[in-house]
Design a protein around this ligand. Sequence first.
Ligand code: CA
Length: 224
Amino acid sequence: MRVLVAEDERKTASFIRSALEAEHIAVDVCHDGPQALAGAMGVSFDAIVLDIMLPGQDGLSVLRQMRQRRNRTPVLLLSARGEVNDRVEGLNIGADDYLAKPFVLAELVARLRALVRRGNEPTPRLLRVADLTLDTITRQARRGATAFDLAAREYRLLEFLMRSAGRVCGRMTILEKVWDYNFDPGTNIVDVYVRRLREKIDADFERKLLHTVRGSGYVLKEGK
Ligand code: CA
C-alpha cells in the first residue's frame, strides 16, 4: 500500500508519515498544491491524504483537477475545524472521505484502510437493511422518513453491522473492525455503543433490527 500525503504543516505531515510507516504503508509527502497534483497524476497511489488549505493551489482545486482528468484514486480530505462548506464541496467534487483537524492518527489510518478496501470492491453508496439506510458519503442514517445523526464511532459501528447484515458479529471482531483493537481492552465499550445505536435506530420503531445473540455478539437483520 502506498499513500501520498499532501500537507504543508511539516509537523503534521511528519506525524502522519510516522503513523502510516508504522503500519507498513509506504508514504510520499509533499507540501503544496502543485506538487500534490503532479504526484497524484504521476504515480499510482492507493490513496491520497489531501489537506484543503495548501499553498500554491488548494486541496479542493487539486481534487477537482484530478477528477476532471479521470484520476479516481481515493482521497481523504483534511479540513481545519469549521470548514464545513469546504468539506461538503469536497465530497461533492469527489472526495471519498474527510477528517477534521485535530484528528487521532489511529482514526486516519483506519479511514485510509477502509478507503483502499472500498476502492478494491464495488460498493453501493447506500447500504440498506429493511427500512434502515446508511449513506456512506454523507454518513446519514435513516429509518423511513426519520434521519439520525451519528457520532463518528457510531457511524463506523453501524456501517460495519450493515455490511455484515445477517451475520453474527462477535465483540472481538467488532473491536477489531470498528476500534482497530487487536486485543480485548476488557471493557464493555462495544455493548455501550450498541446500546447507543439501538436508542437511535430501534427504540422508536416496532420492528427491531439490531439483535443480541446471547454468548456470541450482535446481528443486524430484519426479523428475529
Ligand atoms: Ca494546511
